[in-house]
Write a protein that binds this ligand. Structure first.
Ligand code: HDE
Length: 704
């Protein structure tokens, strides 16, 4: 009897399953290592398979036979498909691209990647959230990882940064405690991907050095609109070392071309339900559409003498150097132009190691960085299972490499040499060290007693926290207060809340009082006792505010239009044109996915059905509705919520005059962000270019 579900090669389209032609980019084909093979399905050892759908059995209704090596191999491999997720930064998304140097630092460093103007170095960049597991939602309030692997001519350089320029702690010794505190609570296994719970704030309340980072974490930086719209920072000071052996300190900053943009908290919460893959979809789609995201690489360069004049210690990762003190020098651009061909092979298996440096770039003495240099190499062993993880294509350098390291689990290379050591007379032509070309550590003079002690220069935990808070614009300060109120309201243990209030009043009295009001806490607050005096008069640093940098462009943003039957075709056309002129995208939401018939009889296709395309997915929204269409929408709570949410999320709303009753039902009040579209959408898109309507905020929620 013929087997069922049996696929027969001869009956299939020859091209079925073939990958479409892909943009290869600067990185070239090196990572496109598809399985070699012909057109016949085989086992892993090349035995052709005759039937991949029916196990070997004793008669058509009989038991399966252990002899079936095809079945056993297939299930065996499947059983072991998962590897341990990253202990932190488990949820990630990534892309290939290139770094192009535009301004040479060859006078300061021997690193060719920073010396050769016009050189395009292939890169792989992975973004991530920190606390959540691999399957958590993209818009958790969390720091974002921003890790860049440069495949340079002198070896791989991994700049493993975050979207925030400072960190929670000063010493690597505290990192496991931080991670344990923020991850889901071990006795219950929740909450997932959130800092709004007792153990996190318990630990923070006992760790004053975290206060500066907490200010950043509670700001809208941790709910970015897109990975394409956030900054990245190397955080630590590094050294550049030139041919004469002279060292210059450097901090690395990535600045997005699309400007810095975030969502608001209620929007983040709802996006996580509507599209938990919001950020990965956004990056993937932008790259597929040819809208390649781009960042400038800026450096802050300073000498040992400059550092001695700072009123903080630059080796302390809880501190930043304000751009007002050491301005950024833009030296290059990062462009991401190719999605991974396979997420497991590349995004999951990529192993960033802070120890991966190239000659001419060196570590500073930041104790956090030194701890990281151990951790990243070490963790790859439990994650990837072998010391040979460097042989996985995404991790392998693209320049020649050679050494005497051999063997180990999953060795994939064949090394024909007899001599696997140096020095050797037997093989004088083997690879040897090079004094000139090789990596040489900067000879930092070291002196001091062996001890476990923190430098007194690391003791000021509050001044830069205060600087950050006071340098924010009013809506940004309001959001920090709201985030603290939200997070601390989730904390069940009162002493944790009150201890936190004690820290906040030290950062800024008004901040502490406002959060106390939001928590309904009316008792006097006992201020924390700083180890050193807080610098109440610290100079502001407007560069740390996102909004103070001006309104970012509409380029790369998404408009949503809720369109009904009988709506104006001319208006839809005008909307399309105006949105496209801004380099933005328009998506159509209709009561059904079948689309609508417009007033000229034409059909308009829908991108989303109403329930599947809530307004939280868009940056600005329009209601293009006829009178009858509006009546129908009024009976749909999803339509009322669509408009209500857009208004509450401070979005610019455009609407046809006929849509008025829907706006009324949604509680929309006229303001500068509500535009009537009477035959033409230009005014609405112009209003949207002004960004969110911050002035509306006090009308839609309590601002403490
Ligand atoms: Fe990490 N961190 N980290 N971290 N980190 C990891 O390495 C660690 C720190 C950052 O997309 C782990 O491969 C210690 C600062 C990013 O694959 C682990 C300390 C900054 C990523 C680890 C820090 C970061 C990681 C987990 C304190 C910003 C994701 C998996 C000394 C400058 C990289 C892995 C990717 C990942 C340890 C602090 C950024 C366990 C011990 C500061 C972007 O090795």
């Amino acid at each position: 009897m013929a087997s069922t579900n049996k696929s027969d090669k001869s009956s299939q389209n020859e091209n079925a399953g073939a990958a479409p032609a892909r943009h290869v980019g600067v990185g070239g084909e090196l990572h496109q290592v598809a399985a070699p093979g012909g057109d016949v399905l085989t086992t892993n050892f090349g035995t052709p398979i005759s039937d991949d759908h029916n196990s070997l059995r004793a008669g058509p209704r009989g038991a399966l036979l252990l002899e079936d090596f095809v079945l056993r191999e297939k299930i065996f491999h499947f059983d072991h498909e998962r590897i341990p997720e990253r202990v932190v930064h488990a949820r990630g998304l990534a892309a290939h691209g290139f770094f192009e140097l535009t301004d040479s630092l060859s006078d300061l460093t021997t690193a060719l990647v920073l010396g050769e103007v016009g050189e395009k170095t292939p890169v792989f960049t992975r973004f991530s959230t920190v606390a959540g597991n691999r399957g958590s939602a993209d818009l958790a309030r969390d720091v974002r990882g921003f890790a860049v692997k440069f495949y340079t001519k002198q070896g791989n350089w991994d700049l493993v940064g975050n979207n925030i320029p400072v960190f929670f702690i000063q010493d690597a010794m505290k990192f496991p405690d931080l991670a344990h505190a923020v991850k889901e609570e071990p006795d219950r296994g929740f909450p997932q991907a959130q800092s709004a719970h007792d153990t996190f704030w318990d630990w923070i309340a006992m760790t004053p050095e975290a206060m500066h980072m907490v200010m950043w974490q509670m700001s809208d930086r941790t709910i970015p609109r897109s990975m394409r719209m956030m900054q990245g920072f190397g955080v630590h000071s590094f050294r550049l070392v030139n041919a004469e052996g002279k060292s210059t300190f450097v901090k690395f900053h990535w600045t997005p071309k699309l400007g810095m943009q975030s969502v608001v908290w209620d929007e983040a919460v709802k996006i996580n339900g509507a599209d938990p893959d919001f950020h990965r979809r956004d990056l993937y789609n932008a790259i597929e559409a040819g809208d390649f995201p781009e960042w400038e690489l800026g450096v802050q360069l300073f000498s040992e003498d400059d550092a001695a004049g700072f009123d903080f210690d630059h080796l302390d990762s809880t501190k930043l150097i304000p751009e007002e003190v050491v301005p950024l020098r833009v030296i290059g651009r990062l462009v991401l132009d190719r999605n991974p061909a396979n997420v497991f092979d590349e995004t999951e298996q990529v192993a960033f190691c802070t120890q991966n440096l190239v000659p001419g770039i060196d570590f500073s003495d930041d104790p956090l960085l030194h701890g990281r240099n151990f951790s990243y190499l070490d963790t790859q062993l439990s994650r990837l299972g072998s010391t040979n993880f460097n042989q996985i294509p995404i991790n392998a350098p693209k320049c020649p490499f050679a050494n005497m390291q051999r063997d180990g689990h999953m060795q994939t290379r064949v090394h024909p040499q007899r001599v696997t050591y140096t020095p050797s007379l037997l093989d004088p032509s083997g690879p040897r060290e090079s004094h000139d070309k090789g990596f040489r550590s900067f000879p930092t003079p070291l002196d001091g007693a062996k001890q476990r002690e923190r430098s007194a220069t690391f003791a000021d935990h509050y001044s830069q926290a205060r600087q950050f808070f006071l340098s924010q614009t009013e809506p940004e300060q309001d959001h920090i207060v709201a985030a603290l109120v939200f997070e601390l309201s989730k904390v069940e243990t009162e002493i944790v809340r009150t201890t936190m209030l004690g820290h906040l009043v030290v950062v800024d009295e008004d901040l502490g009082d406002r959060v106390a009001a939001g928590l309904g806490h009316s008792d006097p607050i006992t201020p924390a006792t700083p180890a050193v005096a807080v610098r109440a008069d610290i100079a502001l640093a407007p560069s740390v505010s996102m909004l103070a940098r001006g309104v970012p462009p509409l380029t790369g943003r998404k408009f949503g239009a809720l369109v009904t039957d009988g709506a104006s075709a001319a208006l839809v056309t005008s909307l399309r044109k105006a949105v496209a002129a801004e380099g933005a995208m328009l998506q159509i939401i209709c009561p059904t996915i079948g689309g609508v018939s417009l007033d000229d009889g034409s059909k308009l296709k829908a991108d989303h059905q109403l329930a599947g395309g809530p307004s939280v997915l868009f940056d600005a929204v329009a209601v293009v509705a006829s009178e009858d269409g509006t009546s129908a929408l009024l009976a749909e709570s999803a339509a009322v919520a669509w408009v209500h949410d857009a208004f509450a999320h401070l979005k610019v709303i455009g609407a046809t005059p006929e849509a008025g009753p829907l706006l009324d039902a949604a509680g929309v009040e006229a303001d500068e962000g509500v535009a009537t579209m009477d035959g033409d959408a230009a005014g609405f898109v112009e209003a949207a270019a002004g960004g969110r309507v911050w002035a509306r905020e006090p009308d839609v929620r309590t601002v403490y």
